[in-house]
Design a protein around this ligand. Structure first.
Ligand code: PLP
Length: 383
């Protein structure tokens, strides 16, 4: 069977992960080596010369991620932020403009606002669910990149990837989609018209809160050589053990994600009925403004749920302190449930900016525990 005919679960377990030719090991070995013996100068075995440039364990992960996202090539990095940094510095030059989401992961905003600005890459944030506003900004700014995230962190807004891709291409811009919240199991941006996927593999792809990593996946090979050059030249690569852990995690992505989605849907509905909760942000709820678009571009609605407390910030902070199964912590996408207060934690760097998040907001990463236990924990924490 050709790779195109294989299902997601099969690719997650097999793509890039053929049995080791030397020993038959079913699991790709951790090639914990910095360098490789050459059979004479320039006589590399399989092209491997130095592990910043390429490493077989990282190559296995990159092959698998490219297959899962339906991309032509993938690059694995030491973190999601390293992937983002490398992408921007590969594609943008001083004077270039990037249209960024008005609602996004705070670290992405900080990268543009505090780092890229100093190097002459300009940005403007626009709430991208408003396509007319995006169209106006694109016409005015002529951006090199439209950068989007869907569902967004932490407000769970949905952006229409097909429409944004059309807008980008009409104006010779590239569309970059941060697919961290959905993962390729729920959403394949490249099939919807995007040019590049960026993600934090720390989250659902790794899935066990034991490794930090990031990836870029390209729809075609147009920028592949340039990215490979910059990945090697700047060096923020995934190490062999981190690549191996991520590869081990991704094998079960589909099974985990189904359970994350089922549990999150139950949590969202329960929260909606609770008197202490002012609103629930979950794209799976029919009343969510992006529900229909989410249905058209996602397999299911994901494991992230945010909600706002009727009694305000202090109550939000109190709920975060009172859960016992939902662990108070940053990050998301692991098998265990997490709770956080975005305004004081993950999105503190967006305070005072257009990306500032409401202070009465709580974000849940709903894990794959018994849903009854999760509902009971939230009920006792809300009081
Ligand atoms: C949507 C999104 N993109 C990118 C990142 C950055 O990834 P990393 O923490 O692996 O650097 C995060 C981290 O939380 C994220 O949530």
């Amino acid at each position: 069977m050709s790779k195109e005919e294989l299902g997601f679960e099969t690719l997650a377990i097999h793509a890039g992960q053929e049995a080791d030719p030397l020993t038959g090991a079913v699991v790709p070995p951790i090639y914990q080596t910095s360098t490789y013996k050459q059979d004479g100068i320039g006589g590399t075995r399989g092209g491997y010369e130095y592990s910043r440039t390429a490493n077989p364990t990282r190559a296995a992960l990159e092959t698998c991620l490219a297959a899962l996202e339906h991309g032509a090539r993938a690059f694995a990095f030491a973190s999601g932020m390293a992937a983002e940094d490398c992408l921007i510095r590969t594609l943008c030059r001083p004077g270039d403009h990037v249209l960024i989401p008005g609602d996004a992961y705070g670290g992405t905003f900080r990268l543009f606002d505090k780092v890229m600005t100093a190097w002459g890459v300009e940005h403007e944030s626009v709430l991208q669910a408003d396509l007319a506003a995006v169209a106006r900004a694109v016409a005015a700014r002529r951006p090199r990149l439209i950068w989007t995230e869907t569902p967004t962190n932490p407000l769970l807004s949905i952006v229409d990837i097909r429409a944004l891709a059309a807008l980008a291409h009409e104006h010779d811009a590239l569309l970059v989609v941060d697919n961290t919240f959905a993962s390729p199991y729920l959403q394949r941006p490249l099939d919807l018209g995007a040019d590049i996927v960026v993600c934090s593999t720390t989250k659902y792809i790794g899935g066990h809160s034991d490794v930090v990593g990031g990836a870029l996946v390209l729809k075609d090979l147009a920028h592949a050589e340039d990215l490979a050059f910059h990945q090697n030249a700047t060096g923020g690569v995934a190490g062999p053990f981190d690549a191996w852990l991520t590869l081990r995690g991704v094998k079960t992505l589909a099974a985990r994600m189904d359970r994350h989605c089922a549990n999150a849907a139950r949590v969202a509905h329960a929260l909606q009925d609770h008197p202490a909760v002012a609103s629930v942000l979950y794209p799976g709820l029919p009343g969510h403004p992006g529900h229909d678009i989410a249905k058209s571009q996602m397999r299911d609605f994901g494991g992230m749920v945010s909600f706002r407390l009727a009694a305000g910030e202090e109550k939000a902070v109190e709920v975060c302190a009172r859960t016992t199964l939902f662990t108070l912590g940053e990050s998301l996408g692991g098998v265990e449930s997490l709770i956080e207060h975005p305004a004081r934690m993950t999105h503190a760097s967006a305070a005072g900016s257009p990306l500032e998040v409401p202070s009465d907001l709580v974000r849940l990463s709903v894990g794959i525990e018994d849903p009854e236990d999760l509902l009971a924990d939230l009920a006792q924490a809300l009081g």
